[in-house]
Design a protein around this ligand. Structure first.
Ligand SMILES: Cc1ncc(COP(=O)(O)O)c(C=O)c1O
Length: 409
């Protein structure tokens, strides 16, 4: 256990090995130092965690089940596959775990307003949800392109009382929304708290968001021991910024016998340049205040990411994953759009569960390796969210829109 803590707790500068840190303008430092002090104090206060536990249970619906996917297992042949059902959380994804933690911290710090960035809108909806619940004002920065693509989630956020600000700079997507949210935070820091959506950004965000998501891994350990009397052989999760994956991996990383596999988006293929595989095909560099792997062009400029799933469509990744990658504690693989779409349909057909396109990447990798493993092997797949948000997108991709329209008429 001591080795683990040395491996995965950031140092005083917020570094995991060489990664992480605080690469920010001087104006952001006071806000980060205030946050770090507040989180350090909250983290060591049992009352903070018991209040969070109350909201996890009574509001988000935890613990989420660890479900044995019997028909999927039979269909694939090989390892026994379990699904950690984060899709059953309130608001439909793991993002609520983190937003509840940060909202409680914001309230403790006396902040009355929260701001957030969002890409696909899942984190924005979770942030708007906790703001409504705790009676805080909420502003969500969202790339203008994503505002157009994710209309239902924009409506949802507005219904929850949030102001959605379209960001038109750069590629008008998540990367630009994050930059804008960081800027807005600095100019309003007295009354405003910035709820970041993944294990990215400057210290203390990566470690803090991980702590709020680690409930996924802790529950998994307890549940798989109850079901199978032991830990899994393999734990698989998709990686965008990396929060659902780190939430699952971190508690399991204490057990060297468990293989941890993060699945990035290979998009149209790693060779095409249209992908979001920061760990698989990126280089170390600085983005949004931290050093980590990121997609860059030959001049070191951040390259645009691409994935069929908006939640994986980010050119960077959390610094703790970069460290897990370099130390070999976790493996990182990539799955194409086509494989993810096939897995989306496979899970719907075999288990009656429509996964988020992000989570479909993890399911696809499980489908790739399960047949090669013996029948007594155990694989846990983190189902980070549900696919309701993706059905229209998938309908268009599969060319079914016309047929469905005819049926409706
Ligand atoms: C359902 C779902 N899964 C995964 C992700 C990727 O984020 P992370 O890698 O931080 O878990 C998102 C992001 O929007 C999401 O909505």
């Amino acid at each position: 256990m001591t080795g683990l803590r040395e491996l995965t707790e950031p140092d005083a500068q917020g570094r995991f090995g060489p990664y992480g840190g605080r690469y920010v303008p001087e104006t952001v430092m006071p806000a980060l130092l205030e946050l770090e002090a507040a989180y350090r104090e909250a983290r060591s206060d049992p009352a903070f965690w018991s209040e969070l536990d109350y909201y996890y249970r009574q509001y988000a619906g935890r613990p989420t089940p660890l479900y044995f996917a019997e028909r999927l297992t039979r269909e694939l042949g090989g390892a026994r596959i379990y699904l950690k059902r984060e899709d059953l959380n309130h608001t439909g994804a793991h993002k609520i775990n983190n937003c509840l933690g940060q909202a409680l911290l914001a309230r403790r710090m006396g902040k009355r307003r929260i701001i957030a960035e969002t890409g696909a809108g899942q984190h924005g909806v979770a942030a708007a949800t906790v703001a409504a619940r705790f009676g805080m004002k909420c502003t969500v920065y969202m790339g203008a392109e994503d505002v157009r693509r994710q209309e239902p989630n924009v409506f949802r956020m507005r219904l929850l009382g949030a102001e959605v600000v379209p960001v038109t700079t750069g590629s008008a997507t998540l990367k630009d929304a994050t930059s804008e949210a960081l800027r807005a935070w600095v100019t309003n820091v007295e009354d405003t708290y910035y709820v970041i959506g993944s294990v990215v950004g400057p210290h203390p965000y990566p470690a803090m968001v991980r702590d709020f998501q680690a409930v996924i891994g802790r529950e998994t350990i307890e549940q798989i021991r109850a079901a199978e009397g032991r830990l899994p052989d393999v734990a698989i999760a998709c990686v965008g910024g990396g929060s659902n994956a780190m939430g699952l991996f971190h508690p399991l990383s204490a057990y060297p016998e468990v293989r941890l596999v993060g699945v990035e988006a290979a998009g149209r293929g790693l060779g095409t340049g249209h992908h979001a595989a920061s760990l698989g095909a990126g280089e170390p560099g600085v983005l949004h205040g931290a050093l980590s792997y990121l997609l860059q062009d030959e001049h070191g400029q951040v390259r645009e990411a691409y994935s069929v799933s908006a939640g994986l469509d980010y050119p960077g990744v959390g610094p703790e994953h970069a460290w897990f990658r370099d130390t070999g504690r976790a493996e990182y693989v990539a799955v194409t759009d086509d494989e993810a779409l096939a897995a989306f349909q496979l899970l719907a057909r075999t288990e009656g569960i429509i996964p988020a396109l992000e989570s479909s990447h993890a399911v696809a990798y499980a489908a790739r390796i399960a047949p090669q493993l013996p029948p007594d092997a155990i694989v846990v797949v983190n189902l980070s969210g549900r696919g309701d948000k993706d059905i229209y997108h998938v309908m268009r991709l599969l060319g079914q829109a016309g047929r469905e329209g005819e049926a409706a008429r």
